[in-house]
Design a binder for this molecule. Structure first.
Ligand code: MN
Length: 231
């Protein structure tokens, strides 16, 4: 096989305790999946789950113990942080039942669903797609993936984000409206999941803006924390 130009490299994420990397297929995101965040966005939190996607190459890998760099994107004056538990799919499938969902999970990571909130809000008002607000370059920072067996009890873990050392977001994964298994059930009814898919499961309350020079540090207890500076 020859190509008219070199194909883009495979996007991949390091795996904790392994020299092998997790190759990324798609990035699915769950909208408004914590009640207190749904309320701060002006909704009740009582709605079926809904999803959007980011391109796989929106990933920014942040290695353990390193401070990553997050380029401030164009066209926005209101770049928001959303700290999220990320589920990494290792075994694909469609119409996966919640009771079978955990067999499809390879591991977990800490991610940020960075959002150009001003553009997202404009698109919402006009009933247009969210892509420009959510799916921009470098909009999906992620730390190393911990295999499920070593990840501890992520479903009950605290989730938190600090900006310049001060708390912005702090909740627990138990507060998810649609839990990990239910999310996989709903998502796999709409798309056939593939190995390499990542699911950003939603953010708790406390989202807010960051500017160049800010340092973000976030985590889900039991997983490698994520640290980056906006440049
Ligand atoms: Mn989000």
């Amino acid at each position: 096989m020859s190509y008219v130009f070199p194909p883009a490299p495979v996007v991949s994420v390091p795996v904790v305790g392994s020299g092998e990397r997790f190759p990324v297929h798609r990035i699915y995101c769950v909208g408004r999946n914590y009640e207190e965040h749904a309320k701060e966005m002006g909704f009740t939190g009582r709605e079926p789950p809904f999803f959007f996607l980011k391109p796989a190459d929106a990933i920014v890998v942040v290695n353990a113990g390193e401070a990553g760099q997050l380029p401030y994107p164009s066209l926005t004056a209101n770049l928001h942080h959303e700290i999220e538990l990320v589920v990494a799919i290792g075994k694909g499938g469609k119409n996966i039942q919640a009771t079978d969902a955990f067999a499809h999970i390879y591991g977990y990571a800490v991610g940020l669903d960075m959002t150009r909130r001003d553009l997202q809000n404009d698109m919402k008002k006009q009933g247009r797609p969210w892509c420009i607000g959510k799916g921009f370059d470098a909009s999906a920072p992620i730390g190393p993936i911990t295999p499920a067996a070593q990840a501890g009890d992520v479903a009950n873990a605290p989730i938190w984000l600090q900006v310049n050392g001060a708390d912005r977001q702090r909740s627990t994964v138990t507060q998810l409206i649609w839990n990990i298994a239910e999310t996989i059930e709903h998502l796999s009814a709409a798309w056939e999941l593939q190995p390499g898919d990542l699911i950003y499961t939603g953010t708790p309350e406390g989202v807010g803006a960051v500017v160049r020079g800010d340092t973000l540090e976030g985590g889900v207890d039991g997983l490698t924390p994520l640290r980056l500076t906006v440049v």
